[in-house]
Design a protein around this ligand. Structure first.
Ligand SMILES: [Zn+2]
Length: 110
């Protein structure tokens, strides 16, 4: 269980990884790297409609330029998640029950 919002220095990476598919763990690690580098507050991390949703806010002042770059990177991670198997990290696509899976994991679930 993760209690939000959480500061960069208090992030429990394993607890966050336990709440989303392990196939997305490298995307979460990139997100947490950004959070730590820029001192962001994590508001929530979850899977929704087969993709990651990464909510954050600023804990200290930040230039518009930096904010735009951070927003673009985080949005890219959300887009990539919609094409990444949430179970194993292989290329995947939207399947039943709002899951994003590769062909192999999709067959195993049936
Ligand atoms: Zn898979």
């Amino acid at each position: 269980m993760v209690y939000y919002p959480v500061k960069a220095e208090d992030v429990n990476e394993e607890a966050i990884l336990a709440e989303v598919g392990k196939g997305w763990s490298y995307l979460i690690r990139i997100f947490l790297g950004l959070v730590k580098e820029h001192g962001l507050l994590i508001c929530q991390v979850k899977g929704k409609f087969g993709g990651l949703r990464l909510y954050y806010m600023y804990d200290k002042p930040c230039t518009t330029e930096d904010a735009e770059i951070i927003e673009e990177i985080i949005h890219s991670l959300e887009i990539v998640s919609a094409y990444t198997c949430e179970n194993c990290g292989a290329p995947g696509e939207a399947r039943e029950h709002n899951q994003t899976l590769c062909d192999t994991c999709d067959k195993e679930k049936k």
